[in-house]
Design a binder for this molecule. Structure first.
Ligand code: PLP
Length: 465
């Protein structure tokens, strides 16, 4: 399996090279040269397997088979707080929560990153190399990446977060990891500023080469690949490939829902993909009226979705444009310079045949959390609540199609919002109970590339020495 860039100017690579590279050197994102597809019989054969085995089989199809995948997947998910790893909880007669938050940092990012940390270790060990991972986080990616990389010998990690814009639990989950290879930087700006700084570091080729930069944020293809298996597991559990299934995904960077799209591309009968947004609703506006125009990011109760530039959308755009890399690069450049992405009408129509967008503001989110608690005794975090509200609003007309909501964070990760809505303060699981007593360590820097690069260099040098 080889990977090509969505912008067409990078040499094709294999899975391991794409894992280490993150972003392609032409600024594009790596995608499989062709999509693996399974027959209904092949899908049926996976029904009922333990989750790590489903994950290993699917990752092998994407060219990761050179690694000891079965052992890695078992190990990655062994510490999760539920024996099913990704339990499906029934919410009403036709809707289900697919709980993706039983990992070490209580959000779905652990699903991919627990595996990626092990993959990095394996590949770097084999090559006798080390890398510096830099990433931007609006909250959850950072802690999940840090948990995945802490104390790994071949990896230094520097995570940028927007100062004051993550929840206290999210910040503490990052800044209380005092492992010497971990550095946290609070940037005086919003998440898009952090993401731009990371992109700028990657585009600074001498710096990128000197530091051996690598990324684990959701532009890394391996993360998307590692998110496909739970859509397959849920669909199979509900009767696929012999029954259609719809998914509702609370969305920020478009990585999670892109993995659902990939599961469909691989042959699963996924009838609808419902994209839930908070007030930062660029995706919903695009799907409603082909208006992909960025507005300033506004903070909301679901901070991991406070995003206006959904990086992974580029992968879908590439497919919608029939894999025309020049057209994709052109649209992305215009989005950068003009703040509005010109998507051809035919491509937009194709997108709307499968995807539907839904927007929920903070009041609606609180009302939805309250409704789920009062009606179903289900405590949902604000991100998940956007997904359940979207699922209810846009459920397929055919009542035989179940709707699965990606439950992306544990309610205890956002205790203030949950308590405001329900009066119940969800307790942290016991392994995190002392989080508020742990010592924190982080630096604060202006939104300035030179300052951030200097910090990364100092951190990497210290550890390499
Ligand atoms: C990251 C995150 C999202 C958004 O996922 P994307 O892949 O960026 O679309 C939603 N909910 C939670 C809790 C998250 O951490």
């Amino acid at each position: 399996m080889r990977y090509v860039s969505t912008r067409g100017q990078a040499a094709p690579r294999d899975f391991e090279a794409v894992l280490l590279a993150g972003l392609a050197e032409d600024g594009g994102l790596f995608v499989p040269e062709s999509w693996p597809e399974l027959s209904p019989a092949e899908w049926r054969a996976m029904r009922g397997l333990p989750y790590p085995e489903i994950a290993a089989r699917i990752l092998a199809l994407f060219g990761a088979g050179g690694m000891p995948l079965e052992a890695m997947c078992r190990d990655a998910y062994a510490g999760f707080g539920h024996p099913a790893v990704v339990p499906l909880v029934q919410l009403d007669h036709r809707s289900f929560a697919l709980e993706l938050f039983h990992g070490p940092t209580l959000a779905f990012k652990d699903m991919a990153l627990q595996l990626l940390g092990r993959m990095f270790d394996h590949v770097l060990d084999k090559r006798g190399e080390r890398v510096t991972i830099v990433g931007a986080t609006s909250g959850d990616t950072g802690s999940a990446a840090i948990e995945a990389c802490r104390d790994r010998s071949a990896v230094d990690i520097v995570i940028l977060h927007p100062e004051g814009r993550t929840s206290e639990v999210q910040r503490r989950q990052m800044t209380t990891v005092l492992a010497p290879n971990v550095a946290n930087v609070a940037v005086q700006g919003d998440f898009d500023a952090c993401q731009d700084l990371v992109k700028a570091m990657f585009n600074d080729v001498p710096f990128r080469t000197e530091m051996r930069l690598s990324a684990v944020n959701s532009i890394n293809w391996a993360r998307i690949a590692a998110q496909i298996p739970y859509y397959a597991a849920a669909a199979l559990a509900l009767g696929a490939p012999d029954r259609e299934v719809a998914f509702s995904v609370p969305t920020g960077n478009f990585g999670n829902v892109l993995a659902a799209w990939a599961a469909r591309r691989m042959g699963l009968p996924i009838s609808h993909l419902i994209v839930g947004s908070n007030r930062n609703d660029i995706l919903a506006r695009f799907l409603a009226s082909n208006d992909m125009s960025a507005r300033p990011v506004e903070p909301s109760l679901s901070p991991s979705m406070d995003i206006q530039v959904s990086s992974n959308f580029e992968r879908l755009l590439f497919e919608l444009m029939d894999r025309d890399a020049d057209a994709t690069a052109g649209a992305m450049t215009r989005f950068r310079t003009e703040g509005r992405m010109p998507v051809p009408d035919a491509a937009w129509r194709d997108a709307t045949a499968l995807f539907q967008g839904f927007t929920l503001d903070d009041d609606g989110t609180l009302a939805e959390i309250r409704r789920l608690w009062q009606g179903q005794q289900y405590l949902a975090d604000p991100h998940t609540a956007v997904g359940t509200a979207a699922a209810r609003a846009l459920a397929p007309a055919d009542p035989g199609i179940p709707v699965v909501v990606a439950a992306t964070a544990h309610p205890a990760k956002f205790p203030d919002a949950v308590e405001r809505a329900t009066g119940v303060r969800p307790p942290l699981p016991s392994r995190l109970a002392d989080l508020y007593d742990r010592k924190e360590r982080f630096g604060v820097l202006p939104n300035d590339l030179a300052a951030v690069e200097a910090a990364v260099r100092a951190h990497a040098r210290r550890n390499a020495a």
